[in-house]
Write a new protein. Structure first.
Lengths: 162, 309
């Protein structure tokens, strides 16, 4: 049986930090609602790909970094991303057996759930009106999932070959 | 021999999640309630400074590139426009000096309280908040430059907001368009006082609790009233765009447009308003005593033949 190549932990962290940079990249004002959930996508990818090495704590640390950059209450994003990693750890055996389209549907569900929790947290922490626009990033992320996952699989293969 | 499971299950990460959720909630609680956390935050923020720098590189490059590649004609045009602006502003500045002198003279005649110039420092935009649901920005002045939490921020055309967090060399500004920001204002035309609250959009803010009979019209200028002691009085805040009287509602719905160019400005002023004069409680009592005396003597004057208790 061909074993999947082991990805160095450095590559995982580099890709996660890259996703963090993309997540906080400044965008034109009207476009911010359409930003894909880069960090969430990357975290899902690594949680599914290497569930024994990437888990809840990774989500926690990345969330704290995100909170520091964005100036939200410390721990808000940390809670969200650790929840996301936990959900991934629950469903990963099923997730691996799915086709790409089914996978992206599940990504939509996961990210949508997490975004909903994020909105709740926002309403608890400060004055904030909830509206359905918060689902747009998860929709776009689910749409991007097949490309992202095939691209990273190709990267991994190349990394293993070299 | 037991069958080897296809997927190896470690311990379910529920414990870890429990721990992380607990830690995150504790952090959020502490961050919201205790001011001590601001220093911790300022220290921790240096960890993410490289990420912030990396993120700002593309826009800096783009700015530099557009400057380097802009043709001479555009530069000449800009130069001419700036010269015209300088001329207009210096003209206004000359009249301003004249008016200031006149104003201080009149105030002296009336024995009114003196108005002092408010010292300021300039600041430049570092980054805008990329959360579409909140309106904040980061400017390049921190507590090393004298910035403090609660400091008012203005731009060339009006009030922008106030500082909510300060680190060593940068600070976070809450814009007045944010839904969690409110400030006391005054109508420039007749001095009526209201509260302006952000609506979560850059282009409009709400004027709260306006009675249906209040004299407020479209085009009225709202300025800071200085009543809360945080913003100095007299800075333009917003211009009323719509006054809508709904018979079913207790108050009129009034929206206004912020005067400051919240989405376009890059340069700001951080003001240092003079410290607020605290009125002591016993000062009120003294004035009450005096007024009682005055009342008694006026009564005595009004009917001198009667004995006043």
């Amino acid at each position: 049986m061909a074993r999947a190549p082991v990805v160095p932990i450095l590559a995982i962290w580099l890709s996660l930090l890259l996703a963090l940079c993309l997540q906080v990249m400044p965008l034109a004002d009207g476009w911010q609602v359409y930003r894909p959930e880069w960090l969430g996508l990357m975290l899902i990818y690594w949680c599914m790909r290497a569930p024994d090495r990437v888990g809840v704590f990774h989500g926690f640390v990345l969330g704290i970094l995100m909170d520091l950059i964005e100036g939200t209450a410390l721990g808000q994003h940390a809670l969200i991303y650790s929840l996301l990693a936990f959900l991934c750890a629950l469903v990963y055996p099923r997730f691996r057996a799915y086709s790409l389209v089914q996978q992206s549907a599940l990504v939509l569900v996961l990210l949508g759930l997490v975004q909903l929790v994020a909105q709740w947290l926002r309403t608890i922490v400060g004055d904030f009106s909830i509206h359905l626009a918060f689902l747009i990033p998860s929709l776009i992320s689910a749409f991007l999932w097949p490309w992202l996952s095939t691209m990273f699989q190709a990267f991994e293969r190349r990394l293993a070959a070299s | 021999m037991p069958i080897k499971p296809l997927f190896s299950h470690g311990p379910l990460p529920g414990y870890r999640l429990f721990f992380c959720v607990l830690a995150a909630s504790a952090l959020m609680f502490v961050d919201q309630r205790f001011t001590r956390m601001e220093q911790v935050r300022a220290q921790l923020s240096t960890v993410v400074a490289p990420v912030q720098w990396v993120v700002s590189v593309p826009s800096d490059l783009l700015n530099w590139g557009s400057l380097a590649l802009s043709d001479q004609q555009a530069l000449v045009d800009e130069n001419r426009r700036l010269r015209e602006q300088i001329l207009t502003l210096s003209h206004r500045g000359q009249r301003m000096a004249n008016l200031t002198a006149e104003n201080s003279e009149l105030r002296e005649l009336l024995r009114a309280a003196e108005r002092r110039d408010i010292p300021y420092i300039t600041a430049e935009l570092l980054s805008l908040d990329n959360d579409p649901f909140s309106h904040q920005m980061v400017v390049n002045r921190g507590h090393r430059n004298g910035a403090y939490v609660g400091q008012p921020v203005i731009d060339a055309s009006g009030l922008v907001g106030q500082i909510t967090a300060v680190s060593a060399y940068s600070s976070r500004v809450l814009l007045l368009a944010d839904a969690s920001h409110a400030l006391p204002v005054q109508l420039n035309r007749n001095g009526l006082r209201f509260i302006v609250q952000g609506a979560g959009r850059y282009s409009s803010v709400n004027v709260m609790h306006v009675p249906d009979t209040a004299d407020i019209r479209e085009g009225d200028l709202l300025t800071t009233s200085g009543l809360a002691g945080r913003f100095p009085p007299g800075y333009p805040v917003a211009r009323v765009t719509e006054v809508f009287h709904d018979p079913g509602q207790p108050f009129a719905r009034v929206t206004a447009e912020p005067m400051a160019q919240l989405q376009r400005s890059r340069h700001f002023l951080l003001l240092f308003p003079p410290p607020r004069v605290e009125v002591e409680q016993h000062a009120w009592d003294e004035t009450l005593n005096i007024s009682a005396e005055a009342l008694r003597s006026s009564l005595r004057l009004a009917n001198p033949d009667q004995e006043v208790p």
